[in-house]
Design a protein around this ligand. Structure first.
Ligand code: NCD
Length: 464
């Protein structure tokens, strides 16, 4: 089985079995690093980095060079025609005609999906704003597997900026899929976004418990967490247990602590100032507790002040090794997407089924993504907003580009007013009537005046 021609836009574009297969290939490649120089000979990778990058860009480029391919690069948005007002779609079409594969980092959330939709060649998301960073997750998981042999059942702490840290979002989804327990330790005000938390429970079926354990554990001098995600297969059923059990679990040890810096470039001024004062710092003293005795200390890097330099010589620190593993992982990925290598993968029942199949809302009107950093908001000229209807109670539409959710207030059906203007009625989205509308007939509105603009009158269920 191959991944030939596919793109990696979100971490859910690969099944668990495919990720495991990719890791085996990365093992093979790192053992025989110098013997890979024919794997992608004659192929060209375009490396487009429109946000700062050291590791991701250089490890992608090193990976392609190791595979015997060539690299073309654009790193400054101001030096490309995007600065002249060219659309991402046009840029993607053109670069796709020059290169066999594209790696893109862009500040807008969902930009990598647009490139993948238009380029006609495989596209790899190297970070789209605060949304996702799936290849960082691949090397994070690879590090965990190398150090611990498995991910299932591990307890992983996520530390710092859980709001804007895209690495954390992709990693949380993947950890949930592989059956790890996640302990959230955000900086104040930088908690995991609601839409990410909801995706964790909705898609991967685990439980997210806002934790009173935080206070308890803190009082006991243990690692304080503000929420815990437990997978459905977890043997400990942590979320069901009283706080005392959490402490017992914690004392058995945290397997890894994944630290992130404050993503100041994405934060509001107030959030930035708040995090300057209260951002939690990891150092040897903090890691003295017995729950951290064998904890792997990980960080996607770059570090700023959140991880003390005194940790560099500590045997638990793995962040530089983690960064180094980016090369074999990216070599494996590039060679698979280019079809230069194939995978021997059995899609068994344990395998995550790629992307849940939600009904779509793609009328292109009545709703827009509320995330100002979403590519659909910034390139509205040609991108039609499109949503997955992930819940009817409350009615929840999730943007297919950036995963942010909108909760329309009013709805109508395209079926009930077949030509009869009198029957063109709108209802409140939380009325029982609204629930009878089939997804394929659903029309949504942000406001009553919008519904009226489209010629709808209020039904007796429009009052909420
Ligand atoms: C991360 C990123 O760009 O999101 N860095 C990386 O790719 N290794 C993390 C960060 O910038 O903090």
């Amino acid at each position: 089985m191959g991944l030939d021609g596919r793109s990696l836009v979100t971490v859910d574009d690969l099944s668990n079995a495919e990720i495991e297969g990719l890791f085996s290939l990365a093992d093979e490649m790192s053992n025989l690093m110098t013997e890979q120089s024919d794997v992608c000979r004659g192929k060209i990778m375009a490396s487009l980095f429109f946000e700062p990058s050291t590791r991701t860009r250089l490890s992608f480029e090193a990976a392609m060079h190791r595979l015997g391919g060539r690299v073309i690069t654009a790193v400054d948005i101001g030096a490309t025609s995007l600065a002249k007002g060219e659309s991402i779609a046009d840029m993607a079409r053109v670069v796709g005609s020059y290169a066999d594969i594209i790696v893109i980092r862009h500040p807008w959330e969902g930009a990598a999906k647009v490139v993948a939709d238009y380029a006609g060649v495989p596209v790899i998301n190297a970070g789209d704003g605060g949304h996702e960073h799936p290849t960082q997750t691949l090397l994070d998981l690879y590090t965990l597997v190398k150090e611990r042999g498995t991910i299932k059942g591990l307890k992983i702490g996520l530390w710092g900026d859980l709001k804007y840290g895209r690495t954390v979002h992709s990693l949380a989804y993947a950890l949930a899929r592989f059956g790890a327990t996640i302990l959230f330790h955000p900086a104040p005000g930088l908690e995991i976004p609601e839409h990410v938390a909801r995706k964790l429970t909705r898609e991967y079926k685990g439980e997210l418990k806002k934790s009173d354990a935080m206070n308890h554990a803190a009082k006991q001098g243990l690692f304080a967490v503000d929420a815990i995600y437990v997978t459905p297969t977890s043997p400990h059923q942590l979320a069901m247990m009283p706080d005392i059990s959490f402490e017992v679990e914690l004392e058995k040890g945290v397997d890894a602590l994944y630290i992130t810096r404050a993503q100041k470039e994405r934060a509001t001024t107030t959030e930035g100032q708040a995090s300057d004062k209260a951002y939690p710092v990891v150092d040897r003293r903090m890691l003295k507790g017995k729950e951290f005795r064998e904890t792997l200390v990980m960080h996607p890097l770059p570090r700023v002040d959140e991880l003390a330099y005194d940790m560099d010589s500590d045997r638990r620190s793995k962040y530089f090794k983690q960064a180094a593993l980016g090369v074999p992982v990216r070599m494996a990925l590039i060679s698979l997407l280019l079809g230069s290598k194939t995978l021997d993968v059995r899609q068994d029942s344990e395998t995550f089924i790629r992307k849940a199949n939600y009904p779509r809302y793609d009328r292109g009107y009545g709703v827009r993504c509320g995330n100002e950093k979403c590519v659909t908001v910034n390139e509205g000229k040609y991108i039609k907003p499109e949503f997955e209807i992930v819940s009817s109670q409350p009615l929840t539409l999730r943007c297919i580009y950036c995963d942010h959710e909108v909760f329309p207030k009013y709805v109508a059906s395209s079926e009930w007013h077949d030509g009869t203007i009198e029957r063109k009625r709108y209802h409140s989205a939380n009325s029982h009537w609204a629930r009878r509308i089939k997804p394929e007939n659903l029309i949504v509105f942000e406001s009553e005046s919008e519904a009226q603009c489209y010629g709808f009158k209020p039904s007796k269920y429009a009052g909420g």
